[in-house]
Design a protein around this ligand. Sequence first.
Ligand SMILES: Nc1ncnc2c1ncn2[C@@H]1O[C@H](COP(=O)(O)OP(=O)(O)O)[C@@H](O)[C@H]1O
Ligand SMILES: [Mg+2]
Length: 307
Amino acid sequence: MDEYVIETEQLTKVYGEQTAVDAVSIHVKKGRIYGLLGRNGAGKTTIMKMVLGLTSVTSGQIKVFGKKMKGQEKKIYPRIGAIIETPGFYPNLTGTENLEIFAKLRGTSCPDAVKNALEVVGLPYRDKKLFSKYSLGMKQRLGIANAIMHDPELLILDEPINGLDPIGIAEIRNFLQDLSKERGKAILISSHILSEIDLLADDIGVIHNVRLLEESSMEGLRRKNQKYIMFRVSSTATAAQILEQKYGTVKYRIEDDNAMRIYDMSVDISVVNEIFITNGVGVYESRVCDESLEDYFKEITGGVGIA
Ligand SMILES: Nc1ncnc2c1ncn2[C@@H]1O[C@H](COP(=O)(O)OP(=O)(O)O)[C@@H](O)[C@H]1O
Ligand SMILES: [Mg+2]
């Protein structure tokens, strides 16, 4: 099956003068976790809201389960679970009571829906604790339980791990991976934290300044990461001049006064070492390194990085 669970084409949202999403085309697949990575204000929430029909589309197209959403909402909504803004839980009721209300409102047919959903997220069923006494982590879990209660095929979770402690994050990561791997759900999740997406996602869409800079499988992205030669020298300004004189178009980047990278692996480290030294540049260190994802994003965002 090569049909995407979510497919957007040149999706764009403009609020007055402000473009919130600019021509974003993403592809979310069944049984995989798709991470939308981007800083605050990048456009992640707006993309999700448009996919869910919570805000209108300025231009472009969205298909969910291979169909255009418009006019099909009644058929499509029951197949989706989402957290965009914190759901309005009642503070003076318990978690179980809250979910029971939402289950009734949605007409969820399975009698064990609430119990099962609480079990997936690791919250107790029918305990006495009121929602107002829940920790942030428990509130987030209850939100996810609410989103999965009707056993949807697609989950859309906007920054669900914000503000969680590391153990909570690891647990949520585990059950999201179970939901996708064991139960074939498609999951679209957003985060501004690269390391989280790195650990969680199978596919990634990098959103920067309201545009999609990169869409790839995590595996493909890791494979693509370049090697480079790292030099620590007495003066990167002088070293750069020498490089340009000797090598012309060699691709390099200056990190600071003393550190620089050469991305052209055809240059010979020992030759460059010697050229630097004979031209009065002290070389303190030189070695071949693997670029990290963080480095890669710094490069594609023009130096500012993602998170
Ligand atoms: N209702 C709105 N009216 C005007 N501008 C908005 C509105 N919602 C979002 N924006 C702007 O659109 C951009 C993307 O926002 P958002 O989708 O919330 O980003 P993210 O979720 O990645 O932090 C931001 O510049 C934000 O200020
Ligand atoms: Mg947001």
